[in-house]
Write a protein that binds this ligand. Structure first.
Ligand code: ADP
Ligand code: ZN
Length: 294
């Protein structure tokens, strides 16, 4: 089976072909430019590839409401050219196959649930901590969309007592993304995350913010697995710091052996590594194909 996959990111687009086992057979990536430059490259890549379906996991916000006039659009992004852009429609005009369409983080959560760290489970959360912060939510075997789609990266966040940094979010200042994204780390310390030493206090702050969000998410959604991906989470020292802070925050309140005894297996990096998003797009494509056949 040949399933097309598009991981549409604000920095780069990754396109590929995967199979029904989530194995990526080939892939290509290019920087995200103006859509009039980027979409033709996507289309050119898939021409002649004979994909039976295509899944798209996209940066957003995007419109996911099937009955909306703007379904398939990127909506309010400040990224030049992309606001109110009909990404899905542009692709559908060229390729007459079933399309899956969801947020980049929901795609990654779905891929991880199907083939990665949450395989066999009916729920997980997928965090990406990179240029932005996003949280994909998979509960009771379903990706969650709700009214628009969840935007867990923008939840207002209590500031670390020693953190005087105002936060980088254009909308909220010190929301989770404003305090804990890669650009927030760089603006706070004057250095990119990968240039800061492992023992720098930056990581304690980062763990504080991530643990705060994860604690709330555990209380709100009770997920069976929490998966942390994205560039910033390449810092391995963050995992033990975050796990410890989550246990402290919960203070024994959630009476689950999975959390209390096995936190190392509960808060984990993506099982699919850097491929979580692309595999997730394959999973979305596969789902669209199966729904078409039913
Ligand atoms: P994007 O979110 O744009 O798709 P990434 O997930 O790689 O891409 O996120 C990029 C952000 O993550 C940048 O702000 C960068 O400084 C930060 N980053 C990338 N790699 C690392 C690393 N190894 N350690 C800490 N921060 C990193
Ligand atoms: Zn925000």
């Amino acid at each position: 089976m040949r399933i097309g996959a598009i991981e549409a990111g604000g920095t780069k687009f990754v396109c590929g072909i995967g199979n029904e086992n989530g194995e990526i057979e080939e892939q290509i990536s290019f920087p995200t430019e103006h859509p009039e430059l980027t979409l033709p490259k996507v289309i050119q890549y898939f021409q002649g590839k004979q994909a039976e379906a295509i899944g798209v996991g996209s940066f957003g916000p995007i419109d996911l409401r099937p009955d909306s006039r703007m379904y398939g659009y990127v909506t309010t992004t400040p990224k030049p050219g992309w606001a109110n852009y009909d990404m899905l429609g542009t692709l559908k005009k060229v390729f007459p196959v079933p399309f899956g369409w969801d947020t980049d983080v929901n795609a990654a959560a779905f891929g991880e649930a199907k083939w990665g760290a949450a395989k066999g489970l009916s729920s997980c959360l997928y965090y990406t901590v990179g240029t932005g912060v996003g949280i994909g939510i998979y509960l009771e075997g379903q990706l969650i969309h709700g009214l628009v789609h969840p935007e867990g990266g923008h939840v207002l966040t209590r500031r670390h007592p020693e953190d005087g940094f105002a936060g980088t979010c254009l909308y909220h200042g010190d929301c989770l993304e404003g305090l804990a994204s890669g650009p927030a780390i760089e603006a706070r310390w004057g250095k990119k995350g990968d240039e800061l030493p492992m023992e720098h206090i930056a990581w304690e702050f980062e763990a504080y913010y991530m643990a705060q969000s994860i604690t709330s998410a555990i209380l709100l959604n009770s997920p069976q697995k929490i998966i942390l991906g994205g560039g910033v989470m390449q810092q391995p020292q963050l995992f033990p710091l975050i796990r410890e802070a989550v246990l402290q925050n919960l203070n024994g309140y959630v009476d689950s052996r999975t959390i209390l005894d096995h936190i190392d297996d509960y808060i984990v990096p993506p099982g699919l590594g850097q491929q979580a998003g692309l595999c997730g797009a394959v999973a979305l494509g596969l789902k669209a194909l199966n729904e078409k056949r039913e």
